[in-house]
Design a protein around this ligand. Structure first.
Ligand SMILES: Cc1cc2nc3c(=O)[nH]c(=O)nc-3n(C[C@H](O)[C@H](O)[C@H](O)COP(=O)(O)OP(=O)(O)OC[C@H]3O[C@@H](n4cnc5c(N)ncnc54)[C@H](O)[C@@H]3O)c2cc1C
Ligand code: SF4
Length: 484
């Protein structure tokens, strides 16, 4: 099996032209205040050490936040870093892109008291960036090498966290990914202005340096079946994420320039990485000078509207069928989008996309939120006679993601899935219906967050280790294998 090379790109060196430089400048020229590293100690010192660490409880990784804040306030950054990395495989990434307002910071006691949260995410980022600058970040080194081999399908945050944790315990680890770069949605979904791609590449290099082998451009279902991989490895982890964009069933949905969110974001990210992207260069997936309408109210919709602003769109509108309070996206992201000039059209849903060949407008209808349904949310109901038209020459559908049909794709009909198509696991052991096959991340939870994927990857690694140990103790598959 070929071990394809990792491909890391220095974005700065490969920008294709002046237009790239223009977008890139906008990427980092945020109009809201950037975190000032010089203030990390000052921020950390604001922690009241309240003794009821709600921040820690609401961090999916249960990071020891109060202690690393205290160490930072005392200037003991190396110790703060040691503590931060002990529970998180991607601390500088979570520090940048966790929706902290819903997790750690939203539950800070100082925030609850109305004095503004300690900026926990920014301090986590500062601690880890300092560690990188000073050379404290090192590849994991297992105490001894084991004979056991684990295959991981998917090099997103769940796969990466599991790979590092399994290497730490001494297993051989091979990661397979259909993309040409390591990182999953960290590279191709999340835009550059939220997460610089060099930050992901740096982590991937570190994990490779720990002895993890990456097989890129390798798709399970095309280049191998699940059964092939089960033959090659003692255990497998499926961490393939969710990629099937939800569609909208209204007239005109097939018109030109009505595009799925991920196509739009992947094109933008690939182009930003210096690649040739014909669909961007011929203008179809470039928002410059266009009236852009994004349909949806989640974080992906926010990434689309903010990317369109940076590409120089004439106007950017976000159509969402519920109101601001009921939108799933981070309120912080909405506030940023508004500051950047995005117009939110709340309580509105598309009825039809207009145009002959390419889209020229969206006919929408006003929505009234009716009675609460079984999920506890008010049902959106169209208000009769309230239709209106919004001009558009690019429409981006950001309505969420579903899992692909993995049992068919993997040629493994016996792989159990839930009624939503996510992989069914035993949540205590993270095992699927197939012996020795585990699953983690979005493919189990449905579309979620990076920090949850990291948590799942870590948990899965612990369970796989336990499984291999038990298998060895039982004398199978080979008595000479040593699992610590
Ligand atoms: C546009 C967008 C913006 C987001 N922004 C944020 C954010 O700001 N903060 C946040 O916390 N979360 C955000 N998320 C969610 C977050 O990215 C995901 O929850 C997280 O990446 C899930 O990790 P994962 O490892 O489960 O899957 P992924 O990151 O999706 O990685 C799965 C990997 O599996 C590979 N793969 C899939 N099928 C196969 C196959 N058959 N063979 C080989 N490889 C395969 C894929 O190529 C991919 O690399 C965002 C998501 C999107 C779409
Ligand atoms: S991982 Fe995310 S939720 Fe946890 S402390 Fe860091 S920023 Fe907060």
């Amino acid at each position: 099996m070929p071990n394809r090379m990792l491909k890391f790109v220095d974005v700065g060196q490969r920008l294709p032209d002046k237009r790239a430089a223009e977008i890139r400048r906008k990427d980092f020229d945020e109009i809201y205040e950037e975190f000032d590293p010089a203030r990390a100690g000052e921020q950390a010192a604001r922690c009241s050490q309240c003794g009821v660490p709600f921040c820690q409880v609401h961090c999916p990784l249960h990071n020891n936040i109060p202690d690393w804040l205290m160490l930072t306030a005392e200037g003991r950054i190396e110790e703060a870093y040691e503590l931060a990395q002990a529970t998180n495989n991607l601390p500088e990434i979570c520090g940048r892109i966790c929706p902290q307002d819903r997790l750690c910071e939203g539950n800070c006691v100082i925030e609850q008291a109305g004095h503004g949260t300690v900026t926990i995410g920014s301090v986590e980022r500062y601690i880890t960036e300092t560690a990188w600058d000073r050379g404290w970040v090192k590849p994991v080194k297992p105490p001894r090498e084991l004979e056991t081999s684990v295959g991981i399908i998917g090099a997103g945050p769940a796969g990466l966290a599991a790979a590092e944790e399994l290497r730490r315990r001494g297993h051989r680890v091979d990661v397979y990914d259909r993309y040409d770069r390591v990182g999953g949605l960290l590279v191709y979904g999340i835009p550059n202005f939220k997460l610089e791609k060099q930050v992901v590449a740096r982590r991937a290099e570190l994990i490779a340096a720990a002895g993890v082998t990456f097989h890129l451009n390798f798709e399970i279902g095309r280049d191998a079946t699940l059964a092939d991989l089960r033959q090659r490895h003692d255990a497998l982890l499926i961490a393939t994420g969710v990629y099937k964009g939800r569609d909208i069933k209204v007239p005109g949905v097939g018109l030109g320039n009505v595009v799925p969110a991920l196509d739009y974001l992947i094109a933008s990210n690939r182009w930003g990485l210096g690649e040739q992207v014909p669909a961007f260069e011929d203008g179809m997936l470039d928002a410059r000078d266009k009236d852009v309408v994004v349909i949806g109210g989640g974080d992906t919709a926010m990434d689309c509207v903010r990317t369109a602003v940076r590409q120089g769109a004439k106007s950017v509108k976000c159509l969402y069928r519920r109101d601001r309070i009921n939108m799933p996206g981070s309120q912080r992201e909405v506030a940023h989008a508004e500051e950047e000039g995005v117009e939110f059209v709340w309580l509105a849903a598309p009825e039809a996309f207009l145009g002959d060949d390419k889209v020229t407008g969206v006919r929408a209808v006003r929505i009234h939120l009716g009675i609460t349904d079984a999920t506890g949310r008010q049902t959106p109901q169209p208000v009769p006679g309230s239709s209106f038209t919004v001009e558009a020459d690019l429409v981006i559908k950001a309505l969420g993601f579903d899992p692909e049909d993995l049992p068919s794709l993997f040629d493994a009909p016996e792989l159990g899935v839930t009624r939503w198509g996510t992989i069914g696991i035993d949540f205590r052991t993270m095992k699927t219906s197939l012996d020795g096959v585990f699953a983690a991340g979005d493919i189990v939870r449905g579309a979620s967050l990076v920090v949850w994927a990291v948590r799942d990857g870590r948990d899965a690694a612990a369970q796989i280790h336990k499984y291999l140990l038990a298998k060895q103790t039982a004398g199978a598959p080979s008595a000479d294998r040593a699992v610590a």
